[in-house]
Ligand binder design. Sequence first.
Ligand code: SD4
Length: 292
Amino acid sequence: MTYGTIATWRMAHEGVIKANELLKKQGTAGDAVEALINTVEAYPYYKSVGYGGLPNEQGVVEMDAAFMNGDSFAIGAVAGIQNVKHAVSVARSLSHDHFNSFRVGSGATQYAMQNDFEIVNMLTPRARKIWQNRLKEMREKNLNPYDGHDTVGAITLDLQGSMAAATSTSGLFMKKAGRIGDSPLSGSGFYVDSEVGGAAATGLGEDIMKGCLSYEIVRLMADGKTPQEACDQAVYPFIEKLKKRYGKAGEFSLVAMNHKGEWGVATNVEFTFSVGNEQKASRILMANPGPD
Ligand code: SD4
């Protein structure tokens, strides 16, 4: 038995180190993935996740997050949640309920308040400044409002052979109020089955959800593909299909890990990610855009 972690973007690096420490000491995949995402959520300088995340066009930080247990398939998710420091922990807590396990907007925030999750104003002075500057720039230059967006998505494997997946994001900067991306959607933003493996996504949610790409990667791994083969076969043909039928495709980056700790990545942008395992607590790697 081995353990391992893979997570999207450079911002996950410190969280991957933390997850790896837990996994090494027999921690569970669920605890490790939550600790990883919490680390990213708490860091105010990451502009697309948790505290310090950039707001919607009205200046409100609305976050999406999810948690999945690869043994039981239990899923918890929140979308458009406000004023909650650790959206992924709320999602994990919801995953213990059979009913009402995906909550949006005020219902999600209410649940967090009733269950003593940390409530804070998520709009930091820095994020407010960036939002104000962007509003001004948009007025002056007639720009597309959307600019900059990333999700932390992670898969963990523990020494007992259990796996977990989780995501957290403030979504698209300058999104419309109530807009929700792929990150809280099972099968699109994330999926994990401990007997097979898991996958998680970052990129343009509106396009990622058209292909249910996280589920597709896990399905291909179940068919015997390596994580890299599964990523290649799920992601690149779908991007081509989208371009052909829809005329364009947004940004896609997916990471995957199987139940043996092997991993794979597919992306159509320059993409950094972090991998941890028994050999090394965390390695930051870069993937270049794949087949065009
Ligand atoms: C979303 N997938 O809300 C997220 C944002 C993201 O890189 O990951 N961008 O659509």
